[in-house]
Design a protein around this ligand. Sequence first.
Ligand code: 13P
Ligand code: SF4
Length: 305
Amino acid sequence: MENSQELTKQIRELAREKNAIILAHNYQIPEVQDLADLTGDSLALSIQASKTDADIIVFCGVHFMAEAASIVCPDKKVIIPVKDAGCAMADMLTADQLRQFKEQHPGVPVVTYVNSSAEVKAESDICCTSANAIQVVKWTKSPQVIMTPDRNLAAWVSLHTDQTIHAWNGYCPIHDELSVEAVKKAIKEHPNAVLMAHPECPRAVLELAHVVRSTSGMLKYAAESSHKEYIVATEIGLLHPLAKQNPGKKFYPASPDMICQDMKKTGLKDILKALEKEEPVVKVEEEIRKRAYKAVERMMQVPRD
Ligand code: 13P
Ligand code: SF4
C-alpha cells in the first residue's frame, strides 16, 4: 500500500511537470483507476482525448483506445504504458477482411465499433461505441447496414431497429463466454438484484437483463436508481467504481470469470516508466488517421438520446 501511494505520488508529480493527462478505462485495476485524471467508457475517453490541452496522453487501456486518442489528437504524444495490451475482439477483423466483406454488400454503409484497429476504422463510414450504437445505426437512415466487428452488439442493435444488419462474426471472448446458466445462478443467489449487462454479451444473456448499457451507462444507472443490489454482467473491473461511487449499494459479478487479462496488464510501475521515458508511443500513420478520423468525427456528431 505504502509503495502504491508513493508510486501514485511520483506519477502525479511527473504528469504535472510534463503536462500529461492520464486516462483510464473502467476495466483497469483499482490503483490505476484511482490514479487517473479521468476514467470512463470508450466514448467518454475518446471525447475527453479530443478536448484535452495536455501535451501527452497516457492511455491506460488497450491498444485500440490509444489509437483512437492518436486519431483524434494527432499533435499530441499518446503513450500506452504496456505495448502489448490488446483487444481480442479488435484482432478478429483486419482491413483486408473488411474490404472483402464490403464487396459482398456493395454500397451498404459500414458502422464499426470503436473496438477495432485504426485501419479498420479507416475502411468504415462511421464508428460507434456500446453507448451510442443504436443511435448511430438509426442515424445512417440506410435500410441495410454492415456492423463490425462485434456480432453480439450487432444482434442487440438489430432488436431496436427495422434496418437489416450484416454483422461481422467477431466477439469479445470475455463477454461472449458468459453463459445463461452462470447468470441464472447469480440471479438465484441475489433474487432482488437488478441485472445490468453489456451489449457484448450474447443475446440469450441480454434477454434476461433489466438494463443493457455501456460501462459508463451502468455507472450512471446505478447512481440514479433506487435499487440496492445489482448483478453486473461485464468485465469485473467495473465493480470497483460501482462500489466506490455507491457506498450504500451492493454489486455482484455475473460470473467471477469475466476478466480481460489485457486490461489488467497495466500497473503503476508501468505508468511511471512510460511517463519517464515517454514511450511506448502509439501513432497512427497520417493517411490512415485522416480516413479513420472521418468515421470517428461522424460518430461524434450523432445526437445522443
Ligand atoms: P465500454 O465502451 O462500454 O467501456 O466497453 C469497452 C470494452 O472494451 C468492452 O469490453
Ligand atoms: Fe476487448 Fe473484450 Fe477486453 Fe473489452 S473486455 S478490451 S472487448 S477483449
